[in-house]
Design a binder for this molecule. Structure first.
Ligand SMILES: [Zn+2]
Length: 301
């Protein structure tokens, strides 16, 4: 099992970044991978949280070119810090894995579970979905920063959380059919995260700071569940395949968690689970409950 060794969640914790990554114990540079919007938003706070100015590397896409770029800038550095919603964390994670450096994840939004998982989703790899890297050594989640991100991103995070319901069921079915390893502990951990949304959608819908913290903790736990299972099984099943399919046929439409949420409604129905409960929870948090791409395709045909 490979798991993050530290997690710091709270309001204003970005100011503790230097302490968190143990900056003073090394004289080496720190590399920060971030997109331009995120850099504009948090660069001042990150720079003042560190004793020495870090090397900022701009990430403009989740692809191998950006990974190479970060690897190039990280030669001789102490660690790589990925600051952002998705792309920068994925790029930083794979760059750190390939250059054998510690990786710290600093999510600025909570739209999917990549913030803590051992997987990196990148374009240009030999498969259209994620590759196994290593989980972040540490995750620092500033609730003030994450709360100020658009609500759509938090609703998308809820979509990625409910998807654990069908992912775990698929894992159980695969275990029954092929005898593959099934870990009931990691499965339960993933289901607990899904239940944060399924049981608490009404409370989450307002996205107050307590709700944001619940979503962030649940997303981190699902990444930990994948680390315990040693595979993406507890976090990703047929609903994720549906999302990846949409990535191929309609690459610009919808966020990962939104697509997984819609996929979960469908797969829950196929699995004979309570799909209406999934749909109503997603509706309550303001996540989409039907796929407009498919709707358009149906209308055309
Ligand atoms: Zn996901």
């Amino acid at each position: 099992m490979e798991l993050p060794t530290k997690v710091l969640i709270g309001q204003g914790v970005l100011s503790k970044l230097g302490e968190f990554i143990e900056e003073t114990s090394t004289r080496k540079k720190v590399v920060v991978a971030a997109g331009s919007n995120v850099t504009a938003k948090v660069r001042g706070a990150v720079d003042s949280a560190l004793e020495r100015p870090p090397v900022w590397v701009e990430v403009n896409a989740a692809d191998l070119k950006n990974v190479e770029n970060v690897i190039g800038s990280a030669v001789g550095s102490a660690c790589i810090v990925g600051v952002g919603g998705g792309k920068s964390v994925d790029v930083g994670k794979l760059a750190a894995f390939r250059s054998k450096l510690p990786f710290y994840s600093v999510p600025t939004s909570a739209s999917h579970d990549g913030i803590s998982s051992p997987f990196a989703s990148l374009k240009g790899l030999d498969r259209p979905y994620s590759v196994m890297a290593k989980p972040p050594v540490g995750i620092l989640a500033d609730i003030d920063v994450i709360s100020s991100a658009p609500r759509r991103l938090l609703a998308s995070g809820c979509g990625d959380l409910v998807s654990k319901l069908t992912a775990v069921k698929d894992w159980q079915l695969a275990h029954k059919k092929t005898g593959e390893y099934y870990g009931s502990y990691s499965a339960s951990l993933a289901l607990m995260s899904a239940n944060v949304v399924l049981d608490g959608a009404k409370k989450l819908g307002g996205f107050g700071k307590g709700a944001v913290r619940d979503i962030v903790e649940a997303l981190i736990s699902t990444g930990v569940a994948a680390g315990i299972a040693g595979s993406s099984r507890p976090c990703s099943g047929s609903e994720h395949l549906f999302s990846h399919y949409l990535d191929i046929i309609a690459p610009e439409s919808g966020l990962h968690g939104e697509k997984c949420g819609v996929g979960t409604i469908m797969m829950a129905k196929l699995q004979g689970a309570d799909w209406k409960r999934v749909r109503s929870a997603l509706k309550q948090v303001g996540a989409p409950i039907q796929d407009q791409t498919l709707e358009r395709m149906t209308l055309r045909s």
